[in-house]
Design a protein around this ligand. Structure first.
Ligand SMILES: [Zn+2]
Length: 234
């Protein structure tokens, strides 16, 4: 019990230090990847707090539902930032690839092959174009367990690539939530005034969140643990 309490305190301290590092970065211009999900919304509001100029970036991949697109549009409008939407409809989730090779069979169905190499490559393109030196991604701790290209190790290597091989040497990817649990992201979003009602998490096909899928359940638990009510689910 004592060890568990101590571990929680150490974890909390790591998170505070990590966030402190983000908050102490000098004001600059940033590109924020905005999917319309809860984590990316919190990341957008955090980036807006610590940067002078913020541009949102959304990727319209194959089969991306209109509710997700609308969520990103609403969030960008609410935050008062420009949203660049990039059409990449050749990019498919593994479950949408007909005759996908066997090695993709074991990954989660929402995995897009080579997703973050492509997304952050495109983000680097826009960062250079708009003169931003930060690219924000709202990945959280549990993402790295599911996707190898959402880990701290991946972004460390990607940043080395950006440092050494772009004309503007200063562009770097920042992932301020990468050590956060989902409930901590919700709590931070509450503090930042994120309009959670505009976000979308559900994997279902309906016009309203189903409340039953893995994403809905995870979201529900996070709000309960954060001690907040979720305006999207009422
Ligand atoms: Zn759902």
């Amino acid at each position: 019990m004592l060890l568990a309490t101590l571990k929680r305190r150490v974890d909390a301290l790591i998170i505070v230090c990590h966030l402190g590092k983000v908050m102490s970065e000098r004001k600059s211009k940033a590109v924020v990847l905005l999917s319309g999900g809860l984590d990316s919304a919190v990341c957008l509001y955090l980036a807006r707090r610590v940067n002078e100029g913020v541009v949102g970036l959304s990727f319209n991949y194959y089969g991306r539902r209109s509710v997700e697109r609308e969520a990103a549009v609403k969030l960008a409008a609410a935050a008062g930032v420009e949203l660049i939407q990039v059409e990449v409809d050749f990019l498919k989730e593994a479950s949408d690839v007909v005759g996908a090779p066997e090695q993709l069979g074991g990954v989660t169905q929402v995995y897009i092959p080579a997703r973050n190499i492509i997304f952050y490559g495109i983000a680097a393109h826009f960062a250079e174009r708009v003169g931003a030196n930060r690219i924000y991604g709202g990945h959280i701790k549990s993402d790295a367990l599911r996707f190898q290209d959402a880990s701290e190790a991946f972004f460390e290597k990607f940043n080395t690539l950006l440092s050494n091989h772009l004309v503007s040497k200063g562009v770097q990817v920042t992932t301020p939530l990468i050590r956060f649990e989902k409930y901590e992201v919700v709590r931070l979003g509450g503090d930042l005034g994120v309009p959670f009602e505009f976000t979308w998490s559900c994997y279902g096909k309906g016009p309203k969140p189903c409340g039953e899928c893995e994403a809905c359940k995870e979201r529900k638990q996070a709000f309960i643990r954060a001690g907040l009510s979720d305006p999207l689910y009422g």
